[in-house]
Design a protein around this ligand. Structure first.
Ligand code: HEC
Ligand code: HEC
Ligand code: HEC
Ligand code: HEC
Ligand code: HEC
Length: 231
């Protein structure tokens, strides 16, 4: 009797099963990797030059307003990093006498005075950056809309070293554009991160209700058409 299926075909089901398992594993792995926030830079925390800059001390403990240093957040499409002279205003030789008695403080801040004396800038490593093909992210429009720095950068005033809290992915932008209400706060509170943090811990329904009122009053509309962000 002739065999319709040669003997080797007995191995086929196993082979198919093997390929299927492998394919599935690859797909799961791929999705896992590409859709996980980690891929979108969450947690990125580069080592900064010199002794670094500690937001927990300056913005947290000393209570300095973000705009003292990031002076263009309200009027420029790009936020700015302060120049050495902003730091030198406090850290110049002879200033901050309450602290300079400590040798540890002097050595940790020496890189500022050195850079200032040589008229060099400090090469801070950038943490947040959208890709170049995202042609339009007007930073100031978001701050003016009454979105706190906290919503997009986390509580910087708690960070000894800045790290990347949000993914900055396209779906992250769009999720908020579709439903910005829970992120809206009183405009004069945008940089008061501890107050906003407390507010965000409040009951969800109330946060949404007040946010919705701000949204209606301010007539905001985050765009969802491709051209708004990509041209
Ligand atoms: C005394 C000056 C000063 C103050 C005040 C200050 N910053 Fe900064 N900030 C810096 C410097 C310098 C850097 C660059 C070094 C770094 O990334 O740590 C920076 C970096 C950052 C970055 C990361 C920038 C990037 O590369 O992506 C964010 C976000 C930020 N600051 C937000 C804030 C917020 C929010 C506040 C207020 C709560 C604040 N800063 C207050 C000086 C300041
Ligand atoms: C308004 C004044 C002021 C400005 C402006 C300022 N600082 Fe400071 N900074 C301080 C004070 C006060 C301390 C000491 C705080 C303490 O030790 O409790 C300090 C501490 C430091 C330290 C030591 C941190 C540590 O771990 O002990 C570093 C480094 C530093 N500042 C860097 C900077 C840099 C960089 C800038 C500019 C982006 C800057 N500071 C701007 C007031 C200022
Ligand atoms: C709607 C979200 C959003 C809000 C609100 C927001 N930021 Fe940003 N911020 C971003 C994004 C996204 C970037 C990266 C922009 C880019 O690549 O052009 C950024 C970049 C920055 C940078 C880096 C600029 C540079 O040139 O290195 C600083 C500093 C900064 N933001 C500070 C602040 C401060 C301070 C506030 C509050 C007053 C704030 N941001 C509010 C999303 C936001
Ligand atoms: C937490 C909320 C939030 C996030 C996150 C956010 N946006 Fe927005 N965005 C808004 C709101 C609210 C407006 C409307 C502002 C207005 O109407 O004045 C807006 C407006 C805009 C506009 C139009 C500005 C104008 O002048 O009309 C652009 C472009 C934009 N966003 C790009 C982005 C991009 C790109 C990202 C992600 C990298 C992003 N946004 C993330 C809330 C957000
Ligand atoms: C609110 C702003 C915004 C709008 C609207 C928007 N995008 Fe994006 N898009 C982004 C951002 C931000 C990224 C970058 C994500 C990242 O960090 O890789 C991106 C990435 C992309 C990418 C690269 C994808 C990838 O995974 O690398 C493509 C393709 C793209 N967008 C197409 C579109 C199309 C098509 C539309 C309209 C349906 C659109 N975008 C609308 C903000 C936007």
């Amino acid at each position: 009797m002739s065999t319709i299926f040669p003997k080797w075909t007995n191995a086929l089901p196993t082979l198919f099963a093997g390929v299927a398992v492998l394919g599935l594993a690859t797909a799961v792995g791929g999705v896992w990797y590409y859709f996980t926030p980690k891929f979108w830079r969450v947690g990125y925390m580069p080592t900064q030059p010199g002794g670094g800059f500690n937001h927990q001390i300056h913005a947290g403990r000393l209570g300095m307003d973000c705009r003292y240093c990031h002076s263009h957040v309200e009027d420029s499409a790009e936020a700015n990093i302060p120049t050495v002279s902003t730091c030198n205003g406090c850290h110049a030789e002879g200033r901050l006498s309450a602290f300079t008695a400590s040798e540890a403080h002097r050595s940790k801040t020496a890189f500022i005075r050195e850079a200032y004396a040589k008229d060099q800038s400090i090469e801070w490593r950038r943490v947040h950056k959208v890709p170049d093909y995202v042609r339009n992210f007007p930073h100031h429009a978001h701050v003016a809309a009454g979105i706190s720095c906290l919503s997009c950068h986390g509580n910087i005033a708690r960070m000894p070293v800045v790290w990347h809290v949000e993914p900055l992915s396209m779906s992250w932008c769009l999720d908020c554009h579709r439903d910005p209400a829970p992120h809206l706060v009183e405009r004069d509170k945008v940089t008061r991160l501890f107050e906003v943090e407390d507010w965000f811990r409040q009951d969800e329904a109330r946060r949404r209700e007040i946010g919705q009122r701000f949204l209606d009053e301010r007539r905001l509309g985050g765009p969802e058409n491709c051209g708004a962000c990509h041209y």
